[in-house]
Design a protein around this ligand. Structure first.
Ligand code: SF4
Ligand code: SF4
Length: 279
């Protein structure tokens, strides 16, 4: 039976796409963004056992080559996450499509649809195809929140059962993109164009960093020109909360000022991205 590592399911969310949505966060991401707010979702547990003894509630044990988590015993102190040297979390449920669907059905009378996120949910492409097929039978919409690392054009099956993709355009300049995310910009930019052509770009998003005038401008100019009025373009203020200590010094200890971010939203709208706004 197909399973996928689920970090968290939020039954009702109004920040993960239009309307009220159930958000499903999968564990694991091929990027390593310096500004990641949930760095414990980047890697899968390798079963080193370092976190087990430090759990004050006895909620952790080792088995099946990884940490096993007793969610009922857990007191959510996050000591395990602070301990883990691998950027992982033991608080992950390997769930079947049926198990995830059962949770979606509980919220179904009150939601417009489902959003899958992460980590990077497209690492679970086969799982998503099956899950979305079932969610569609409930008459609900399906959205993907993605860093753009998956080649949607090469394997368009998931797009066929999904209503749209909320795509990060983190950086355009290759060296800056590699420094920021650990990967180059080629695939996310290819996806930006492909999703636009396919009519499946739900929104584009770019984080604006304090003092990074040239990098911010290049990314916003490029993205705004392509997106035009086709979808929302979210200009997101960098906020240091949750960012790993080691990287905060590089990106700034303070959040991006609202006025500074507004400057880029205005620039984007002047370039044709009529639905650009700051969050
Ligand atoms: S958050 Fe982690 S360390 Fe804390 S009780 Fe739960 S499993 Fe144990
Ligand atoms: S969650 Fe981290 S510390 Fe705990 S067993 Fe897995 S890899 Fe080791």
């Amino acid at each position: 039976m197909k399973t996928a590592p689920v970090n968290k399911i939020i039954p009702f969310s109004n920040v993960d796409g239009p309307g009220n949505r159930t958000s499903i966060f999968f564990q694991g991401c091929p990027f390593n963004c310096l500004f990641c707010h949930n760095p414990e979702t980047i890697n899968l547990c390798v079963g080193c056992g370092d976190c087990v003894a430090g759990c004050p509630a006895g909620a952790l044990s080792l088995g099946e080559g990884r940490a096993l988590w007793d969610s009922k015993a857990c007191v959510q102190c996050d000591a395990c996450i602070r301990t883990c040297p691998h950027g992982a979390s033991p608080k992950v449920r390997w769930m079947t499509v049926e198990e995830v669907l059962r949770e979606v059905k509980r919220s179904a009378p009150y939601i417009d649809g489902v959003t899958t996120s992460g980590g990077e949910c497209t690492l679970q492409n086969e799982f998503l195809i099956e899950l979305f097929g079932e969610v569609k039978k409930l008459g609900k919409t399906c959205l993907i929140d993605s860093n753009g690392s998956f080649d949607f054009e090469k394997d368009p099956r998931v797009l066929a059962v999904c209503d749209g993709v909320m795509l990060d355009v983190k950086a355009v300049e290759p060296a800056w993109c590699r420094r920021l995310t650990g990967r180059g910009p080629e695939m996310p930019l290819k996806n930006l164009d492909y999703l636009l052509r396919a009519g499946k770009l739900q929104e584009a998003r770019t984080v604006i960093f304090p003092g990074r005038d040239a990098e911010n401008e290049e990314t916003v100019r490029y993205t705004a020109r392509r997106v035009g009025g086709a979808c929302d373009y979210k200009i997101i203020r960098y906020r240091p909360y949750g960012v790993r200590e080691a990287y905060r010094g590089m990106l700034g200890e303070y959040e991006t000022e609202a006025d500074y971010a507004e400057k880029y939203a205005l620039m984007a709208r002047e370039l044709g991205a009529s639905r650009a706004y700051v969050v």
